[in-house]
Structures are given as C-alpha cells and as structure tokens.
Design a protein around this ligand. Sequence first.
Ligand code: XMP
Length: 315
Amino acid sequence: MFNAEKFIEKTVSNLKKEIKGKALIAFSGGVDSAVAAALAEKAIGDQLVAVHVDTGYMRKGDSENVKKMMEKLGLNFRFIDAGSDYYDSLKNIEDPEKKRKIIGKKFIQIFEKVAGEENVECLVQGTIAPDWIESGDGLRDTIKSHHNVGGLPENMKLKLVEPLRDLYKDEVRKVARLLGLHISERQPFPGPGLAIRIIGAATKERTEIVREACDIVEKEIEDAVKKGKMEKPWQYFAVLIPVKTVGVHGDKRAYGYTIAIRAVQSIDAMTCSYSDISHSVLDNISTKLTNTLGDKINRIVYDVTNKPPGTVEWE
Ligand code: XMP
C-alpha cells in the first residue's frame, strides 16, 4: 500500500540533498508536473524556477490556467510562448516518433537556454513510471518515446531530477490530494500535447480544429457525468484523422476532416478499456462538434479499441 505522507517526507528530504543551487522545473500544468513542482518548492523554495512552454499544442485555456496555478503555488516562474516555432518545426513531419523526438528536443533546447540565463544546473521533471517503461529503457520494446523521456539528448548538460519516477498515476493523485492541489483529479494530458492527437502533420490549422474538438468532447462528457448519464472516464478527448470525406452543410457540399472521440477507463494507463458511452451522449457530442466546427469536419467516429492492442493516444 502506497503511503503518500511518507513519500512526501522522504522525497522532500532527498530533493534537498540532490539539488545543488537553483533548479528548473518543466511545468505543464498537469498533475505530474504540479506535484513535482510543489515537492521541489518545499525542498528548495525560491531557488526553484518553474518554466511553462506554450508549444501551441496546449488545450483551450490551458496556458492561462497554468499561469494562475503557478502564481497560486507561489512559484518563481517563466512563461515561454513558443507556438510558432513549434508549428514551423513540425510543419512537414508525419511520423509519430519523429514528432515526439522533435518536440522533446525543442523542450530541452528551450530549457538549456533558460538554464543558462538563470544559472541553474538541474532540471526537475514530473516523469512517472509508465512514461519510461513505455519508452523502452533498452530492456523493453519502445512503444512510444514519451517526450519527457525519449526526447532527451544524450549529451544534455542539465542534471535530471525525477522525483515521481517510481510512481503510477493513482499514486501521484494521492500525493496531489495530500498537497491540496485542486488539479489532483484532472485527466492526464500528454507532454507532446495536441500534436499527437493529429494524425500526420500537426499544422496550425489542424491544431485549431482539434483544440476546439477536444474542448467540446471534454465539456459534453463532463456534463453527461454530472447528469448521471455515464461514469467519468479516466481520459477523454478528440483525435483529428486527416481523412477528408464529403458532407453537406446547409445546402452546400463540404469536404472536411474526420474526428474520432476517444474515452477510456483505466487505472494506470498501462492497459485501458473504451468507455461505455450511450448513443444519446455520443449524439450530443457529434451534433455539437459538427455545429461548432462547420464544414471543417464531416464525420465523427467513436473509437472502440482497448489497450492492448491499441494505446490510449493514437500516436
Ligand atoms: P498511451 O498512448 O501510451 O498513453 O497508451 C498512456 C498515457 O500516457 C499519456 N502519454 C504521455 N504522457 N508524455 C506524457 O507525459 C508523452 O509523451 C505521452 N504520450 C502518452 C497518455 O495521454 C496516457 O494517459
């Protein structure tokens, strides 16, 4: 049985020894990075600099919420707007592993630059067990290079500190609750963000579509959960499939993308089963998506794949 109280005590004491001088933390605003930041802040106070990189692949409203959260946690922080840089680098990249590697590499370049400016030697990351297990570590097959693992260059100058490395998501949530973090129950969001929820090239145009689609899926599902129509999924979002089909909008022909709705039940993301969503809820989501996104999308499909053989994200 995981003891969150002991974990906090032990980790803060270890971090005090492990981190010399100032440290940076990659703060995405998710549960993992918020917990890692709160623990590091307890250990080294204002010697910690939280850095949030807006990659352009964040969810709707994410970056504003992240700013508020960093202020609330009393963190010393830097906010980096790197959207156009990311869109440029990924413009013609279709391969999921290449996308992940580029995103990871850019993250590190940004952090190394900030580290130089802030004169720090350590990088704290909220990597958790499934991230590195699925990234291979030389002992297992690489399922996907999680950007906070596989994207790190071998000659990285910063010392990497990963206080949550041995924890699974449910354990991280326990720690978050104990630390009083209001985002403790938030659904996971992958480091590479919406870029891996767009199959193929993650252009700005496609990103705007999937950002809106993810927001609609989240809101409609949360509304259905509130009304008791379904159990809250572990994770729920939209994926853009770059297959265009013919549709009719008003009395005009349209030729737009396909959106897949993904909702899964899981405990630690190592396996998952697709959520049992009623047709009336699916119908609400579908109508909202097509009404809002107009002729940009024409088809909505529901993903009924478990993991294995699928994975939670499509890339
Ligand atoms: P998969 O798609 O591998 O996802 O079944 C398992 C869980 O991990 C999340 N995920 C990531 N998280 N960096 C992360 O921090 C990543 O590169 C990454 N890729 C997937 C995914 O959302 C799910 O919760």
